[in-house]
Ligand binder design. Sequence first.
Ligand code: AMP
Ligand code: GLY
Length: 427
Amino acid sequence: MNILVLGSGGREHTLVWKLSQSPLADKIYAVPGNPGMAELAVCVPDVDIEDNDAVVRLAQQKAIDLAVVGPEVPLTNGVVDALLAAGIKAFGPSKLAAELEGSKAFSKNLMKRYHIPTARYEIFNDASRARVYVRQMGAPIVVKADGLAAGKGVVVAKTVNEAIAAIDEIMQDKAFGAAGSRVVIEEFMSGEEASLLAFTDGETIVPMVSSQDHKCIYDGDQGPNTGGMGTYAPAPVLTPALRARVQTEILEPVIAAMKKEGRTYKGCLYAGLMITDKGPKVVEFNARFGDPETQVVLPLLQGDLVKIMLACIDGTLAAMPIGWDDGAAVCVVMASGGYPKAYKKGMEINGLADAAAAGALVFHAGTAQQNGKIVTNGGRVLGVTAKAGSIREAVNKAYAGVDKIHFQDEYHRHDIAHRALERLEKE
Ligand code: AMP
Ligand code: GLY
C-alpha cells in the first residue's frame, strides 16, 4: 500500500516509523515531512497540508491507499472528508467530528449534555460578562479561548486579576485571532494529569497505553507552558481501576454521544485527563495523536499500525487484536535555547548516529537539512526516546541518548518521568 502522512513534527516521524514496520506498507510519503522522516519516507515539502484540494491531488497522483493526518488544523479543515469523497481511505475524524478539539465550547456542551465528567464552566461571547463572572467565582480559575490556538489559548489564573488579563488578551487584543471571540471559563481542577489516546471506529473505542506529558519548560514543572518537553508511558497514576472508569465514564459515552449527534468520530481520540479526588475528569479532547505522547505510546504497540488504522476506517475495530509491550518508554525533548520564546535556528546537530547506537530512537521535530548537515529548525528539535523493561531503565537509556547529541544553545529537562519514579520510590 502507498501511505501518506500529513505533518512535520515528532509525532509524524513516530507515525512514519511505526507504519513503515507494517508488511502492508510499500511506499510512504510525508507532507511536508522532515529530515528524520526522510530516512523512511519520501518527503513532499511543497504541498500545503492546509489546502484540501492540494492534498487530494497529491494523494491521487501518488495512488495513495491510506492517508494519516497528524495535526489538528487539516482535520478541522475537513481534509479527511475531502480524501474520503475522492475515494481515498483516510485515518482521522471528519470535520464535524474534529470539532471536539476545534471548539472547546462544543466539547464542553457535549460533555454536559451527556454527563461526561469535566470541570464546571460557562461560555462567554462578551468580555464584560466574562469579567463579572470571574469576579463572582474568584480564583484560581481557568480561561480558555474557544478555538484552536496551538495549545497556547489556556490560562490557569491564580488570581482574579490574572484571569481578567487573560480575558482581555484573548477577547480584546485577539491574541489568538478568531479563536478568541468566545471564551470558556472553567472551574480549576486539582490533581495529576494523564493522557489517554484511543483508537476508535466510531462504535468501538480501544485505549492505548496511558502517558504523561511535561508541559512546563523548567525542571520541577516550573515556568511557562510549552508544546511538551517530554513524556513517558505508561503513567502509573492511571491505575487499572481508573482506566476502567475512564473507559466507561468517558471514552464509551463520548463516542456514543458523537454518533448520536450525527458526528461519528473515527481515528485517534486524545483524552487529556485530570485525576481528581472525585475520579478522572476531562481536561480536553484532542482529535489526533498527542505530541510528544505518540513518541512513547507507539513504540509500545505490538502489531501492525496499518491494519489497526484500516480497521478504524472500515468499522471493524472490535475484531482487531491490539497488544502492548509490558515495558515503558520515555521521550526527552531537546529544544532550542530560548524556547518557548524566541530562539535561533540553523545550529548544526551532532551525535545523532551515536545516540541511535546507544539504543535511543531519535524522532525529529524541528530539524532541517542544510548543505548535507542536519540543523535545528524549530523550538522543539528532537524527541530522544527509549524503550526498556522498566520506567527507570527507559529514563536512563533516553538520557544516555541525549548525552550523545549536541547543538549550540541546546536545552532539555532533566526530570522527565519524575512523578512515575517518585511513585516507585514510595512503593
Ligand atoms: P488544555 O489546552 O485545555 O489541555 O489546557 C492546557 C493545560 O492547562 C492543561 O494541560 C492543564 O494543565 C491546564 N488546565 C486546563 N484546564 C484546567 C482546569 N480546568 N483545571 C486545572 N488545570 C487546567
Ligand atoms: N502533548 C499535548 C498535545 O499533543 O496536545
